[in-house]
Design a protein around this ligand. Structure first.
Ligand SMILES: [Ca+2]
Length: 341
């Protein structure tokens, strides 16, 4: 099975960047008050890198790759700050949906890019059996269609996080993956950019996910999810295929509940057919009947929603959430995929 990606990638940083707190936090700290970060291990950064270097050599990474990757490498204080501030939250579903995820610009650009990449998306769909609209929606929310892939050096960010100590084992493993990717020459060290947490390229894959799931769709021998659109979009499709996407099925839908329905007592665990929900009085938001379908589904409530929207989530919503776990992320990707389809 594929490990779940942590909530670390583009959307998390996007939310952080758009929150009012982030603006003040972006200010450079006063020079006379440098925050002192002491790694959990108490080890110096240089000693830490020596250990990584030894492990990487044993894993077959060349000295040339290591010298290039580690030249002038220092811990990045901004990465540590962002990691410690990661527990953002509190954003209302309606604000997250309208101000962050489903902005008019993102919807328009998604439609335009669906049209401009029809042929590529059809070929990807033919190989991986994943809907083009969901590929484009992920591309849109993760990196604004490749426009914002993160400006951190991936090796620098991962080395900082692996040294600094919180989740050290996880990030050290990701750092080793990143070094193997460089050693295999899929990307050059200076082009290997990502988020502060090391999520890379247009799909924001962590390095271990890259190793398992990134694909070379254009056949040039390199899996380039940074600068090659075919590789980036096919890699998203491959991720979905490997996580059980059911081609031709919807992700879910918004519904209007029957009279007397209360979100506080709602059963969000039981799965029933859409037909059963229709019998129970659930309808489309406009009041028209739900399709009499045998697809299995369950009630999904947005987190921190004001009770205005209620959804039925099918199997494919769970697949979307394997890309990034939060329920509001999954719902937004589903809604965006409908809007760009
Ligand atoms: Ca390629």
């Amino acid at each position: 099975m594929i490990e779940r990606r942590l909530l670390l990638g583009g959307v998390a940083s996007l939310v952080a960047a758009c929150s009012p707190e982030a603006n003040s936090a972006n200010q450079i700290p006063a020079p006379d008050a440098p925050p002192a970060y002491v790694p959990v291990s108490g080890q110096s950064f240089e000693r830490f890198l020596d250990g990584v270097r030894a492990d990487a050599r044993r894993a077959g990474v060349s000295d040339a790759t290591l010298n290039q990757s580690f030249a002038g490498l220092k811990p990045n204080q901004r990465v540590i700050e962002l990691d410690r501030r990661q527990a953002e939250g509190g954003m209302q579903w309606e604000d997250y949906r309208d101000r962050i995820m489903l902005t008019p610009t993102r919807i328009q650009n998604g439609r335009r890019l669906m049209a401009e990449n029809t042929d590529l998306l059809r070929r990807i769909e033919a190989r991986y059996h994943v809907a083009p609209s969901v590929i484009v929606a992920i591309w849109g929310v993760e990196t604004n269609y490749g426009g914002n892939t993160g400006g951190f050096g991936v090796v620098e960010a991962l080395a900082t996080l692996a040294w600094e100590g919180r989740r050290a084992a996880y990030f050290r493993n990701e750092l080793m993956s990143a070094l193997r990717i460089l050693n295999d020459r899929h990307i050059s060290a200076d082009r290997m950019k990502g988020s502060w947490a090391g999520a890379m390229g247009q799909p924001q894959f962590m390095p271990s996910n890259f190793e398992r799931l990134a694909v070379d769709f254009d056949g040039d021998g390199r899996r380039d999810i940074w600068d090659n659109r075919a590789d980036a979009l096919a890699s998203i499709a491959h991720y979905f295929q490997r996580n059980g996407w059911r081609h031709g099925e919807a992700w879910g839908r918004e519904v209007r509940p029957p009279a007397g329905f209360s979100t506080s007592g709602a059963d969000t665990e039981s799965k029933r057919t859409l037909r059963d929900f229709a019998r129970m009085g659930f309808r489309k938001p406009d009041g028209s009947p739900l399709p009499a379908s045998d697809i299995e589904t369950q009630i999904v409530l947005p987190s921190r929603g004001n009770g205005g929207q209620i959804f039925l989530g099918h199997h494919n919503l769970r697949v979307i959430r394997r890309y990034n776990t939060p329920v509001n992320y999954g719902l937004s990707v589903g809604l965006l995929s409908d809007r760009v389809a």
